[in-house]
Design a protein around this ligand. Structure first.
Ligand SMILES: C[S@@+](CC[C@H](N)C(=O)[O-])C[C@H]1O[C@@H](n2cnc3c(N)ncnc32)[C@H](O)[C@@H]1O
Length: 277
């Protein structure tokens, strides 16, 4: 009988090191880590330390801060929280399908692409829900739709691009929708229909880095992302959104992200739905 390997004891994190972690995370991602997240951070990063054979958080942070080091990307990917599902906050998709998209299509006399940005798209369930909503409610021959999908987490952008999900990542879709919009692909995997995938443009992008986004975005959906930032960083992003949207376009935030007064450029038109004024 082989001996059961003893699990390596977790490497602890000093108060001052956690404070340094908080500063580095804020600088690289805009994410504000709270004391409550400390044990989660210690657990997640113990895995990185053991993968790299490093035995202190101080040494690990020095590696992360080395310019151009590949661990910086891993660090960012380890810090992010990626919870998402199809049709999360369904009232947004209902309003988009019944009011916002038809209204934008009607104003779009020259047949240009309607441009939607899923900013903080995670593994793609949000932009695919957007794509289905567009296909089901617009005539795409007259009004083509392009959905820019961005996230700071490079793994998530790749997942979005591929659009393959296991059964437990199909939460939010019923059987009929799965049959209609996804195709079986290998064992216990379903892939979003090619027509939906062709509507997506996927790019890794930090909201606090350069934005390779042309002005004139008709709908920005940035849900459950700003909640991780402090007020300064939230304002920066909201001002950035305003600078690439024209009056008459829409911004959709997450259920706990109400920003009364934080931006003079938007007027609330429904629960967490804002009109660019
Ligand atoms: C909780 S998920 C939200 C996913 C989706 N929008 C939804 O509501 O279901 C938050 C996403 O924001 C991304 N994120 C966090 N900080 C970011 C930043 N500075 N720039 C771009 N994306 C960021 C994370 O990687 C994560 O995938």
């Amino acid at each position: 009988m082989s001996a059961v390997p003893k699990s390596t004891p977790a490497i602890p994190m000093q108060d001052s090191t956690f404070a340094a972690f908080q500063r580095v995370v804020l600088r690289l991602t805009g994410i504000k880590l709270s004391q409550d997240q400390r044990s989660m951070i210690v657990t997640r990063f113990n895995r990185r330390l053991s993968a790299l054979n490093i035995d202190s958080f101080e040494e690990y942070l020095a590696v992360v801060m080395t310019s151009g080091h590949p661990e910086t990307t891993q660090f960012i990917n380890t810090v992010t929280t990626n919870l998402t599902y199809f049709y999360r906050e369904p009232h947004h998709f209902e309003m988009l399908g019944k009011e916002i998209l038809p209204q934008l299509a009607e104003k779009n006399e020259d047949g240009r692409d309607l441009r939607i940005w899923s900013a903080g798209c995670s593994s793609g369930q949000e932009p695919y829900s957007l794509a289905i909503t567009a296909v089901e409610n617009l005539d795409l021959r007259n009004t083509p739709v392009k959905i820019l999908c961005t996230d700071i987490d490079s793994r998530m952008v790749e997942k979005t691009r591929i659009g393959k999900y296991s059964r437990n990542h199909l939460r939010g879709l019923n059987k009929e929708q799965i049959g209609k919009w996804l195709k079986p692909s290998g064992s216990n995997l379903w892939q979003a229909d090619a027509a939906l995938r062709s509507m997506l443009i996927c790019k890794q992008m930090n909201l606090f880095g350069p934005w390779p986004v042309r002005a004139g975005v008709d709908v920005i959906m940035c849900r459950n992302v700003l909640i991780y930032f402090d007020a300064n960083h939230q304002r920066k992003v909201l001002n950035g959104f305003a600078s690439i949207q024209s009056p008459g376009s829409f911004l959709i935030l997450g259920h706990s992200e109400t920003f009364e007064g934080i931006s003079q450029h938007y007027k609330r038109v429904a629960n967490t739905v804002y009109l660019r004024i």
